[in-house]
Design a binder for this molecule. Structure first.
Ligand code: GLU
Length: 716
């Protein structure tokens, strides 16, 4: 049975791939300023808005209610006073930052009961899109067939400058991005406006916002109330301004009405936001590398660190709070990669790609397509050549940025140590020290030496003895470093705690710099960073440039030889994806309903898995079925799924109905969908949204922060 399902899936995806880039309306992340290619499909699917309602540069439109939140997520405006919804996991860093043993907002949640109680969030930004213009012809002007990579590069950078100048002249106060889409087959000039005074208004308790933890992450059926609430502030002219008590709530050009009516299976559904990255054009060579080497290595690293974190975080509330955001960051991708591995293997993604490549090659061999005939061979060579370097580089990132923290931390002292005399001569020494001290205070706030040591003990031998050398043999036995080995490094290090570091920084002299330069973590960090930056990175970026150059032509060949609807891989730019509210049939004999209810929360809680903990108040409200105006047929709907093609970055994106009203907040995909960044299977790929009725129920009934509802436009 499994085999026949797999065959069916394979057939389906073969159809997709051989039609090259897209056949079904559901796959794809559409550029809102270029919707004409899919607008008819959207209408046919049930959309009741005009193209201009979705995106307009002269009048307000839906796009004016959507922001890039904190550089990597999406948020949406839900009131005329700048009130914003995003995911709990998108606001997590801020919630964690404001949490302490006395104010455990991670656990208990947080609600500002009036504007004065909202929490300032330094460093948090939200970015609006003012306009996005297709500047492909201008960026590629002057490029001719047969030009070399260097020649093309030179033309693109010359053109980029011209386009940039023009845009900057016209919009001197606004931000500008000139972004390449699909390896440079399209270019867009994106004019942006970024607000920097954003405050935390509310966060549900962890039992809602992170309900299900790692057990349920990337999994359906799901019961997570993954939302948090912020407010954007502006100066008196509604313009961006640094935090000030004189700032006033931002007045948006558009905000989303919130629809608390029934959501039915088959309803039109659309997600509007900033998907981060997809790779649907990758060749079989890259997919093979990802599934056989890169994913297994990264999972291996994180298996180890997460095992340590699990034990440590359960042992102490202090450690739990300190490491909550770090743990989430590590665990999120770790679990996604595992789902991706299963999905891509089950569907035999490499074989699917190979089949498509055979067809591509046949067409490329025909007259008129000669330019594309040699590409696959060249791509294979480059991908293969890059493998070892890529692995080493990814291993470095895993170890230094997601493993023990002292290497990266110590490395930040390099300028101070190496340029001590220059800094001093120029009078820049004290400012440099002060800056490092500020960073150090933040660092130690969330640092626990025993946790750090345990992570080091597990990861250091893996890195040093295996992955830093490019070995991928999964059976290679790796020792765990014993306490004596670990202590010998940490206990003598200046960086082990803030006391020893600040003692040195408070009276920092040339001899302090010398002492620091001999510290194990500093020395090791210099060696590792030099190896990475001087030996690994340059070659790798050259090869990557070459690969992108080849991929640009390969993709151009697809557009020409397999004419079909075309969509550009996600690249953190504003996109719309549409589909239906629907469940799925992930495996033979299994049916996923499209929604979950609070009864499921109680049922999961009864399993006693700590990821499903539920505080007394929630238990009581659910048991008494106190659902307020948010019930449907006597049930409180919690999450629902749809066939919207989403990815990371769509976290926090509004889930909209046919009229552009908010019915949910997108936050995840099902386990079977995690492969959709590479191969999208419309039969089983589903995005997961938290039902907006559950969001309002938490705000209103659970948290009694119902005053927030007064500023929203609630419709049915
Ligand atoms: N939960 C996902 C993440 O954290 C976001 C949405 C998605 O990738 O589908 O990356």
């Amino acid at each position: 049975m499994k085999f026949s399902l797999m065959k069916r899936n394979i057939l389906l995806v073969v159809v997709l791939l051989t039609q090259s880039i897209l056949a079904l309306a559901k796959e794809g992340m559409w550029i809102p300023s270029l919707l004409s290619a899919v607008y008819d499909d959207m209408k046919a699917a049930g959309l009741q808005l005009t193209e201009a309602d979705l995106y307009d540069v002269n009048h307000s439109s839906l796009k004016d209610a959507i922001v890039l939140f904190d550089g990597g997520c999406t948020g949406e405006i839900v009131s005329d006073q700048g009130l914003l919804f995003t995911n709990h996991h998108c606001g997590f860093d801020q919630i964690q930052f404001h949490s302490s043993l006395e104010h455990d907002y991670l656990k208990d949640g947080f609600w500002a009961m009036n504007p004065g109680e909202e929490l300032r969030c330094d460093g948090l930004t939200v970015m609006f899109i003012v306009r996005m213009d297709d500047v492909t012809s201008r960026m590629r002007e002057g490029i001719q067939n047969g030009m070399s990579m260097t020649e093309i590069d030179a033309i693109i950078s010359k053109n980029r400058k011209l386009v940039e100048e023009e845009y900057k002249q016209n919009n001197p106060k606004l931000g500008l991005q000139i972004k390449a889409f699909n390896y440079g087959n399209q270019y867009f000039a994106i004019v942006t406006k970024t607000y920097t005074d954003v405050r935390l208004v509310g966060a549900p308790p962890g039992d809602v916002g992170k309900f299900g933890g790692d057990t349920d992450n990337w999994v359906w059926p799901r019961h997570t109330g993954d939302f948090s609430v912020f407010r954007i502030y502006a100066d008196q002219n509604n313009e961006p301004a640094a935090y000030s008590q004189n700032n006033v709530p931002f007045k948006p050009a558009h905000f989303l009405p919130v629809n608390i009516g029934v959501v039915k299976e088959g309803d039109y559904s659309m997600v509007y936001g900033f998907p981060g990255r997809t790779d649907h054009l990758l060749t079989s060579y890259s997919v093979d590398f990802i599934t056989k080497k890169s994913n297994p290595m990264r999972i291996d690293f994180r298996d180890q660190s997460l095992a340590v974190l699990k034990e440590k975080m359960r042992s102490s509330d202090e450690i739990r709070i300190k490491y909550a955001a770090k743990q989430s960051g590590i665990a999120n991708a770790w679990k996604k990669w595992q789902g991706q591995q299963i999905g891509l293997t089950n569907i035999d993604a490499v074989k699917l790609k190979q089949d498509f490549e055979k067809e591509y090659q046949q067409k490329a061999n025909q007259k008129g397509n000669e330019a594309y005939a040699g590409l696959l061979g060249e791509i294979k060579t480059v991908v293969t050549d890059m493998e070892v370097k890529n692995l080493k580089s990814q291993a470095f990132v895993e170890f230094v940025y997601y493993g023990p923290e002292l290497f990266n931390f110590a490395h930040q002292y390099r300028d101070l140590i190496e340029n001590f005399d220059i800094l001093k001569a120029k009078g820049n020494l004290q400012p440099a020290i002060d800056k490092l001290k500020t960073a150090a205070k933040l660092f130690y706030k969330d640092f626990d030496l025993s946790t750090e040591k345990a992570i080091y003990a597990a990861l250091e031998p893996m890195y040093t003895l295996k992955y830093s050398t490019g070995i991928t043999d999964s059976k290679m036995a790796i020792p765990v470093r014993d306490a004596a080995y670990v202590n010998a490094r940490y206990d003598k290090s200046i960086f082990r705690d803030s006391t020893s570091l600040f003692k040195l920084l408070d009276k920092f002299s040339k001899s302090s710099a010398k002492k620091m330069s001999k510290d194990y973590f500093y020395k090791q960090a210099v060696t590792m960073f030099d190896e990475y930056n001087k030996n690994l990175r340059p070659g790798l970026s050259e090869s990557q440039k070459r690969l992108d150059f080849l991929m640009q032509q390969y993709t151009e060949g697809m557009m020409k030889m397999f004419p079909a609807d075309y969509w550009s891989d996600a690249n953190s730019t504003l996109r719309i994806t549409f589909g239906k509210v629907e469940g799925s049939e992930p495996r033979d004999g299994e049916l996923y309903k499209f929604f979950t209810t609070s009864d499921g929360i109680l049922a999961k809680n009864a399993t006693k898995n700590p990821d499903f903990e539920l505080n007394d108040r929630l238990q009581e409200l659910f048991r008494k079925r106190e659902y307020g105006q948010y019930a449907e047929g006597g049930e409180l709907h919690v999450c629902y799924t749809g066939s919207n093609h989403t990815t990371g970055g769509n976290s926090g994106s509004p889930a909209l109905n046919a009229k552009g009203e908010l019915t949910g907040i997108n936050f995840d995909r099902s386990w079977e969908s995690t492969m959709s960044d590479i191969v999208y299977n419309p039969e089983i790929c589903r995005n997961i949204m938290v039902d907006v009725r559950y969001v309002l129920w938490v705000i209103d009934v659970y948290a009694n922060a119902d005053y927030l509802l007064n500023e929203m436009k609630i419709v049915k």
